[in-house]
Design a protein around this ligand. Sequence first.
Ligand code: OAD
Length: 248
Amino acid sequence: MTLAERLAGARSVVVLTGAGVSAESGVPTFRGADGLWRQYRVEDLATPEAFRRNPRLVWEWYDWRRQLIAGCAPNPAHAAIAWLERQVPEFLLVTQNVDGLHRRAGSVRMVELHGNLWRARCLQEGTTRDLPDVPLAEMPPRCSCGGLLRPDVVWFGEALPPSALEQALQAADSCDVFLVVGTSAAVQPAASLPRVAREHGAFVVEVNLESTPLTGIAHDRHHGKAGVLLPRLLGLSPSPGPQPLSPA
Ligand code: OAD
């Protein structure tokens, strides 16, 4: 049975994505050869301690990433996932990405496990607000109440939003097909969701440029670019098939 056929017969599908799904849009990943964590230190930029020490530096880094992403567009992998959502009765996209590209591609039934860098949160009031796609005027920015704003993302050492995690776990518990796309599966608890799904009987499929700690538990693995493979696997673009031999 092809993946497209399996998905056509599925009642409930979960898709877990990581930075690899946005790589073909031009958004840097974290752990690849050109990954952000090769050039920057997590402890300087993505922990609560780093923010306490130097909120301006942290905001400058997030502002730089926002400007970079503002110039990027969703790619065929984002579009294929948004299309799949419209074909399946029960569907949940669980993304670790904070870039907002899934939403721009039309995904609706989704949870952003690590937050969204287009939002800020007031440390005093706990309220959130959207950020513009132009550089911030005030650095670090402040709320109208005078409190310091922080990026509304999850940093290392912080807990995930409980409702997002609960929703992701429930969906993983009860889905027929679990598709993992473009994550190194290095960060918990996101990396354990495919295992939960597998233990509850789901068919697990991985799409990634390379092998990951999840490759061994996947029933089906596809190595290559998500923007090329996903449309093909979902039956949205013709498979290249065997090419005719050209005369020497
Ligand atoms: P990583 O950078 O760790 O992994 C990206 C994965 O995508 C790797 O396994 C690549 O092989 C794969 N990949 C790259 N390009 C691809 C492509 N075109 N098609 C398919 N696969 C491709 O990113 P994440 O797994 O998302 O968290 O990282 C998880 C979390 O760690 C992030 O959400 C972030 C980071 O630190 C926080 O900041 C809390």
